[in-house]
Design a binder for this molecule. Structure first.
Ligand SMILES: Cc1cc2nc3c(=O)[nH]c(=O)nc-3n(C[C@H](O)[C@H](O)[C@H](O)COP(=O)(O)OP(=O)(O)OC[C@H]3O[C@@H](n4cnc5c(N)ncnc54)[C@H](O)[C@@H]3O)c2cc1C
Ligand SMILES: NC(=O)c1ccc[n+]([C@@H]2O[C@H](COP(=O)([O-])OP(=O)(O)OC[C@H]3O[C@@H](n4cnc5c(N)ncnc54)[C@H](OP(=O)(O)O)[C@@H]3O)[C@@H](O)[C@H]2O)c1
Length: 384
């Protein structure tokens, strides 16, 4: 296994102010998504990492969101707020410290309390009183959306405790430090959606894509070392399943193995919506195949035909070969969506153990979940 990352002075509490030196779309014209390649320059930070680690990013709000919200709250942007480091304007405090793209439940409850008795109050009370309806309500709304529907005002001292503080977001690192010294590359799917008549973005993905100008120090980052998602010995074979942004750590693994001249075989499964627009890093992987670094590449484009084809369908089609690799000692890595993809890929591994290992359903489950994953530690996940 690769050596774990040595701790840095920069961490969640003391992030390094890095700069973005490249930021471009990997998805083409006509894609349903905007997935970006972001290059973060680590300057003189002394930060180091290994493939499998993630980058922690501490985002901030676009100033326009704050400027739009403050009149609805009835607040002056210049209001001075005491902080441990000295007074700051309410506008600056909100930009840097409070997550404003999704309304908090405690704020909605405070709005409800302030509403005069009547039809509107009854309608909001019904939503707040039903857990599912309340979750749905806050999922698509920010503070401005709520105040447009229910105009009530707050003092700064009343509002601040009702909003949630910004939390860092993690991104799987998509580069090898040996291929790109001093840099961290990321593969970021920008969260973009239109609700209640307004266009919105994810806080961190929006900030990485649109909030930080190129070549300016000011992106607070730190390394979140992986506990378990390490590369195996250079001569071990690896099977990597990484649809969508799940591809990120595998680009790092492949780059690293290329630089180190690792002799182990590399088999990659990639999937996304459409080949023409969503084949992330297509040219790089073609070059790796040409050089013999990428032994096999199997792709599953889900929306290029009437029926969905997913990475686990490609695994099944190649089940005999995959079982052979696993029996010969290959490691199996999966990265990306936890809720659906990783669960289905897990199930497919069990199916392959049944179909090609001749195991009963119970024995196949035991083999994958206990022997393969826990005893031999050859099944590793980085899912979110
Ligand atoms: C270990 C780890 C590794 C990760 N690696 C990557 C990676 O390599 N690449 C990557 O892109 N991500 C990765 N992620 C996910 C990443 O951390 C963020 O969760 C992701 O970028 C979204 O964050 P955000 O701040 O942009 O969105 P948020 O501000 O968290 O926005 C999400 C909110 O927007 C609202 N919303 C979102 N979509 C809609 C919609 N369609 N309609 C209505 N409302 C909506 C919801 O309220 C939702 O809660 C990883 C996560 C983990 C834990
Ligand atoms: N559970 C969720 O809410 C959820 C799920 C996925 C992604 N996301 C988020 O959406 C953003 C963009 O994601 P992404 O670009 O990384 O890719 P993604 O949405 O995970 O999609 C990548 C590919 O995986 C396919 N897919 C969907 N369900 C699958 C399943 N059960 N098994 C195997 N493949 C499956 C998709 O097909 P189709 O889209 O055509 O079905 C697509 O071809 C990320 O921020 C991610 O965290 C959220």
């Amino acid at each position: 296994m690769s050596t774990p990352t040595t701790p840095s002075v920069h961490n969640r509490a003391n992030p390094f102010k890095a700069r973005i030196t490249a930021n471009y779309s990997l998805t083409g014209e006509g894609s349903n998504k905007d997935t970006r390649h972001i290059v973060v320059h680590l300057g003189a930070s002394g930060i180091n990492y290994v493939p499998g680690d993630s980058l922690g990013v501490i985002p901030r709000n676009p100033p326009e969101i704050v400027d739009e919200l403050l009149p609805h709250l009835g607040l002056d942007p210049a209001t001075s707020i005491d902080q441990p480091t000295g007074p700051v304007s309410l506008r600056d405090l909100l930009i840097h410290q409070y997550a404003l793209n999704r309304v908090s439940k405690k704020f909605v409850k405070a709005v409800l309390e302030r509403l005069p008795e009547g039809e509107r109050k009854a309608k909001l009370a019904e939503i707040v009183g039903n857990d599912e309806a309340f979750d749905d309500y806050i999922y698509t709304r920010d503070y401005t959306d709520v105040l447009v529907d229910y105009p009530v005002s707050f003092t700064a001292q009343e509002f601040l405790p009702l909003a949630n503080k910004i939390a860092p977001r993690l991104y799987s690192i998509a580069s090898s430090p040996k291929a790109h010294p001093g840099e961290v590359h990321l593969t970021v799917a920008v969260v973009n959606y239109h609700t209640h008549g307004r266009q919105k973005r994810g806080l961190a993905s929006g900030f990485l894509a649109h909030g930080q100008p190129l070549n300016v120090d000011g992106l607070p980052v730190y390394i979140q070392p992986t506990k378990h998602f390490h590369m195996p010995a250079p001569d071990a074979s690896i099977i990597m399943v990484g649809p969508g942004t799940g591809i990120a750590p595998f680009r790092a693994f492949l780059e690293h193995r290329g630089v180190e001249g690792a002799t182990g075989r590399n088999w990659l499964f990639f999937g996304d919506q459409k080949k023409a627009t969503d084949f992330l890093y297509e040219a790089e992987f073609a070059e790796m195949q040409r050089k013999g670094l990428l032994t096999r590449l199997d792709t599953a484009f889900s929306r290029d035909q009437a029926e969905k084809i997913y990475v686990q369908d490609r695994m099944r089609e190649n089940g005999a070969e995959m079982w052979k690799w696993l029996q010969e000692g290959a490691y199996f890595y999966v990265c990306g969506d936890a809720k659906r993809m990783a669960r289905d890929v897990h199930q497919m591994l069990i199916t392959i153990a049944q179909e090609h290992g001749g195991l009963s359903p119970e024995a196949a489950k035991e083999y994958i979940e206990v022997t393969f994953a826990k005893t031999e530690k050859r099944y590793l996940k980085d899912v979110y």
